[in-house]
Design a protein around this ligand. Structure first.
Ligand SMILES: *Cc1c(COP(=O)(O)O)cnc(C)c1O
Length: 465
């Protein structure tokens, strides 16, 4: 064993090996060194476990070259979403439009007026760039933008209800993927959760009976990723605000009503069969504060939006947490460019990728699937069919709503569905598909740009294996 250990080549020697040094065109020496060290660690382990009887220099080089060949410059990179889930939290949620990205690049590649008032030549506020526009689009008195919806919700509860009680229906104690849990957010905000009702039924009187001198907030939460069906009862925003008004009659510190609507839809999607409450509708029910995400159905960058009553938002803006949760210039630029599109609804549908995908017609989806399937079949060997399936909106929005769509199935010789999935996932540009009826499928609704060509290219090489 000791002999084998002694045969492990020196890192410095490997760095100079022509086959390895060739990668200096692509990677920094430090990156190559890291791969060499990983490789040597692997061989050391092999030796230790008595898995090797001899160690040839060229085997070590080969191992390193293989690592470098499959290594990517970046860890965070483009993937192709063939899952049909439009707002896919694991795949980065909403895509940004070209106009939006142009604005981000323009603002961020130069100095900008992030916190500079150009009219008066003095210090300005980063929030001014988008908040007025957001407020005017959704019909709110005021607005505050923070890092994400979790931050928005936490901040509101912290300002309004620290050391006081927040009443929430047991049917709305939501957990969203990525560890956003309403009970924990309330606790973190320093407030006390007062659960009311049951999982399936909560009545207005439950809120009323739970109200005491220490009650600071009635919080409604959109059950984004589940539905409760059957014998159910939920209290409407209107009833909640009416109750708050009644209870506030002779109180000095008023009970605040708030709704975390999660998704932040700004336009009516019912034409596509999607019944999601818009931000405007939530506000017009008289609720004091509404929070939502910037990168779900709104179709912008990751952000959290607080809209509602001006006097409350002014107070929230002075909370020390705001500084910790603030957004950067890239977010502000992307949000401003995305929001502008909403001044004309038709334009928003055509230019915001998330909305564009929702509005793809069945005819165009079929044509796209047919084009892809024909191109795949033309490769020979690989067989593909157009199939009908359903896309989902995703991202904790409209859990059960599905959009009729088309996709292509992909089958190759005797490769298992799982094997095809793995090979495509490990493609240079990873392709993420879906397994449906025991077939590997790609839903074309979430494909864009040159995705079809990349898929065909990847499959072309699958045929060569
Ligand atoms: C998605 C969601 C959140 C979390 O939003 P982030 O922007 O991811 O922080 C919170 N509440 C609801 C109801 C949601 O759907």
């Amino acid at each position: 064993m000791n002999e084998l250990f002694k045969q492990i080549p020196q890192v410095s020697k490997l760095l100079e090996d022509p086959q390895i040094a060739a990668f200096l065109d692509v990677f920094f020496q430090q990156e190559i060194k890291t791969e060499i060290e990983k490789s040597l660690k692997y061989f050391r382990k092999q030796i230790k476990n008595k898995m090797l009887t001899k160690l040839a220099y060229r085997d070590v080089v080969k191992n390193i070259v293989n690592r470098l060949k499959t290594k990517n410059k970046y860890s965070l990179r483009k993937v192709i979403n063939g899952t049909g889930t439009i707002v896919h939290t694991n795949l980065g949620r909403s895509l940004l439009s070209d106009t939006c990205l142009e604005h981000v690049v323009n603002v961020c590649s130069s100095y900008n007026n992030l916190e500079y008032n150009l009219e008066y030549g003095c210090r300005g506020s980063r929030y001014e760039h988008v908040e007025e526009m957001m407020a005017s689009i959704v019909g709110s008195e005021s607005c505050l933008i923070v890092n994400n919806n979790a931050a928005a919700t936490m901040l509101c509860v912290a300002e309004v209800a620290a050391n006081k009680e927040v009443v929430v229906s047991r049917g709305e104690l939501v957990e969203i993927g990525g560890s956003f849990r309403i009970p924990e957010i309330i606790e973190l905000s320093g407030a006390i959760l007062k659960e009311v009702g049951t999982t399936n039924r909560t009545h207005l009187r439950d809120y009323e009976l739970a109200t005491n001198d220490n009650t600071a907030m009635y919080l409604k939460v959109h059950p984004s990723n589940y539905t409760i069906q059957g014998f159910t009862k939920n209290v409407s925003n209107e009833d909640i605000t009416t109750l708050a008004f009644k209870m506030n009659g002779n109180r000095s510190d008023k009970i605040i009503t708030m709704e975390d609507i999660g998704s932040g839809v700004l336009i009516d999607l019912s034409a596509k069969g999607l019944k999601e409450k818009t931000v405007q509708e939530s506000l017009s029910s008289g609720i004091d504060l509404v929070t939502f995400s910037g990168d779900k159905l709104l179709g912008g960058p990751q952000a959290g939006v607080i809209v509602g009553k001006r006097y409350l938002i002014e107070k929230i803006k002075r909370h020390p947490l705001v500084r910790a949760l603030r957004v950067g210039k890239m977010t502000i630029a992307a949000l401003e460019a995305t929001l502008r599109e909403y001044f004309d609804e038709k334009n928003a549908i055509e230019s915001i990728p998330t909305l564009k995908m929702i509005y793809k017609t069945e005819e165009s989806l079929y044509n796209e699937a047919k084009t892809l399937s024909d191109k795949i079949n033309n490769l020979g060997k690989i067989s593909s069919e157009v199939i009908k399936l359903d896309s989902t909106v995703g991202g904790g929005a409209l859990p059960l709503s599905q959009l009729p769509s088309y996709g292509v199935s992909i089958a190759y010789a005797n490769l298992s569905v799982e094997k095809i999935e793995t090979i495509l996932r490990k493609n240079q540009t990873p392709i993420i598909g879906r397994i449906f009826n025991n077939q590997y499928v790609l839903d074309v609704r979430t494909l864009c740009g040159e995705d079809i060509d990349i898929i065909v290219n990847a499959l072309c090489r699958l045929g060569e294996r």
